[in-house]
Design a protein around this ligand. Structure first.
Ligand code: ZN
Length: 251
């Protein structure tokens, strides 16, 4: 089989040929020198891989020696689980552009360590968080946590006001013709005018969008707590500061 890394150049601050390396389970598997990617263009790099049973990870690292000066140095390495479920995101162009324009300054202002600099970087942040939640879901009945892992496998940029592409809901069913991913979600332009992706505070979905992870977990058969007839005011879960996560009045 073949793994393909997609590398996009967002601007002119990084130019020149650059080295890249592939790793399998942390061991270098392949390397090469890539020619400079022109601003606004994407290049792809392949790794041939023979499937191995069990849990394995693949990494792609662009410019591993940090020879090229870039605006963001934190988005050059991706480590992915070979057996991950595949996530596809369909995004209307205005949303995509909004993240490209504003995510970097937002991450800088709030000191977010990933130095996200694009819609894709933001999307990878959500997927990373989702995987961490799976990993952390260790309970008596699930001693290994939740063993699902996910990987952002497909990003499709579409024109504004075109979702859904084949009926259904613009969010849940961005393109029902697509059978290449396990889980899909669509991001509509209309959400921008609602101020949903607020760029001023750290608990904004512009940082982390728990509602997205919540909705995507439905595709993995996780029901809503309120479907069990438990309402927010009955959930006494506290955050790290001792405040109730569902701050409704306790009856
Ligand atoms: Zn729900």
């Amino acid at each position: 089989m073949t793994f393909t890394a997609h590398v996009r150049s967002r601007g002119t601050s990084a130019t020149g040929n650059f080295a890249f390396k592939w790793y399998v389970d942390g061991v270098e598997a392949n390397s090469g020198i890539a020619t400079s990617i022109a601003a606004g263009y994407e290049a792809t790099y392949d790794l041939s891989y023979t499937w191995q049973q069990g849990h394995h990870v693949i990494s792609f690292f662009a410019d591993p020696a940090n020879a090229i000066t870039e605006k963001s140095e934190q988005n050059n390495l991706r480590t992915e689980h070979i057996d991950a479920l595949l996530i596809g995101f369909w995004v209307e162009r205005s949303v995509y552009n909004f993240f490209d324009t504003n995510q970097y300054s937002y991450a800088q202002r709030l000191g977010i360590a990933d130095e996200a600099n694009s819609w894709e970087d933001w999307a990878q942040r959500q997927v990373d968080k989702w995987n961490k939640m799976f990993e952390a879901a260790i309970f008596t009945s699930t001693p290994q946590g939740c063993i699902d892992r996910v990987r952002l496998d497909r990003v499709v940029i579409v024109n504004d006001n075109t979702l859904p592409l084949n009926g259904g809901l613009p969010t849940n069913h961005p393109d029902t013709r697509d059978k290449t991913v396990d889980v899909m979600w669509g991001f509509e332009k209309d959400i921008l005018s609602s101020g949903f992706y607020n760029t001023t505070f750290s608990s904004s979905p512009f940082n982390l969008e728990p509602g997205l992870i919540h909705e995507l977990n439905h595709a993995r058969y996780l029901v809503d707590s309120y479907a069990l007839n438990i309402h927010g005011k009955h959930i006494g879960v506290l955050d790290d500061n001792g405040n109730r996560i569902y701050p409704n009045t306790i009856l």
